[in-house]
Design a protein around this ligand. Structure first.
Ligand SMILES: Cc1cc2nc3c(=O)[nH]c(=O)nc-3n(C[C@H](O)[C@H](O)[C@H](O)COP(=O)(O)O)c2cc1C
Length: 329
């Protein structure tokens, strides 16, 4: 397939792996890129700019294909060294950056001056238009279904994507709830130039996370995610577990008085324990509703090849067949 996104990023297939905290290491990014998609290293998972520089170099050793780095701007206890991370990205020769969380204006001039393409992840049309107006090259439109932070508007992709197609001039990819060839064809039909997947890429052989996490995704259904931190206007979609239930109980008890401090135990510093040590109930961790469509743990290449074969067959057989049957009648 050839879309504005494959052309812009120099990739074979219109499939992107979104940045994921403690999941988006060089191994996964390289595997996705080697399979013809766009892999992404998660910048802030690296504790310092020099760690990020090393991770970029490690990824470069594993692939000669383009890969991206994610820079997330979210409320955090201490402000990360964004200028240092940007320098590591530029010096490392990275050509694509995925920004997310807040308006990426502060990093745009440096990235654009270095010829880096910026795809900003947004959960609303107004934020997408803002991204377009400040000079982002593309957006990743993240529907209510998504794992991670779906924002506060709660608009699912069947509405959000056609709205994005109506409003935007720059290309966009569909993000949230994407899993297979059906997702890709649906996204293209709604005007997207590709799709971004998070949760689905966690359940792959190369994702350098604990097997317990992958098996939890295979076992879970679409009914097993919850929204947490809504009262703090920092909503996150996570897999239901003991910590999630405890956190939701605190939200219920404390109501609008709840503070970040009240939920530190459930949210702070839990990612390495879940993703690396496989302690499944130690805290809350992002997971999309799409977990209900995940039934196996393939390699990234098997997954991407399967998606492309399914998408091609839907377009050339099922859809063409439907149109041909009508014409023949
Ligand atoms: C475990 C996990 C961690 C994530 N961490 C980040 C992150 O650090 N920065 C970011 O921009 N998005 C993050 N995301 C969001 C993904 O990049 C992607 O937008 C989202 O997963 C898409 O929805 P899906 O899970 O339904 O595919 C995370 C998602 C997951 C599942």
């Amino acid at each position: 397939m050839k879309t504005r996104i494959t052309e812009m990023f120099g990739i074979e297939h219109p499939i992107i792996q979104g940045g994921m905290h403690y999941v988006g290491f060089a191994e996964l990014a390289a595997a996705v890129s080697n399979a013809g998609g766009l892999g992404t290293i998660t910048g802030l998972t690296q504790k310092s700019a020099s760690d990020l520089a090393n991770e970029i170099a490690r990824c470069r050793d594993m692939t000669d294909k383009p890969f991206a780095v994610n820079l997330t701007f979210l409320p955090s206890v201490s402000t990360p060294d964004y200028p240092g991370y940007v320098k590591a990205i530029i010096d490392g020769g990275v050509t694509i950056v995925e920004t997310a969380g807040r308006n990426p204006q502060q990093v745009l001039p440096a990235l654009k001056d270095s010829g880096i393409k910026v795809i900003h992840k947004c959960t609303s049309i107004r934020h997408s238009l803002k991204a377009q107006s400040i000079g982002c090259d593309a957006v990743s439109v993240d529907g209510f279904e998504c794992g991670g932070h779906p924002g506060e508007d709660d608009i699912p992709n069947f509405i959000l994507l056609p709205r994005a197609a109506d409003e935007l001039e720059i290309p966009f990819v569909a993000s949230g709830g994407m899993a297979d060839g059906r997702s890709l064809v649906g996204a293209l039909a709604m005007g997207a130039d590709g799709m971004n997947m998070g949760t689905r890429f966690m359940a792959t052989k190369e994702a350098p996370i604990h097997e317990n996490v992958k098996q939890a995704l295979v076992a879970a259904t679409e009914l097993d995610t919850r929204l947490v931190m809504r009262p703090l206007r920092n909503t996150e979609r996570v897999l239901n577990n003991a910590a999630t239930e405890r956190l939701l109980d605190k939200e219920k008890r404390l109501g609008s008085d709840i503070k970040f401090d009240d939920i530190m135990e459930e949210v702070a510093g839990v990612y390495p324990k879940v993703m690396i040590d496989g302690e499944m109930d130690v805290g809350v961790w992002s997971c999309g509703m799409v977990t209900g469509l995940i039934h196996d743990v393939p390699t990234c290449k098997e997954l991407i090849d399967r998606i492309m074969a399914e998408a091609n067959s839907i377009i050339t057989q099922r859809l063409e067949g439907i149109v041909a049957a009508k014409l023949a009648a």
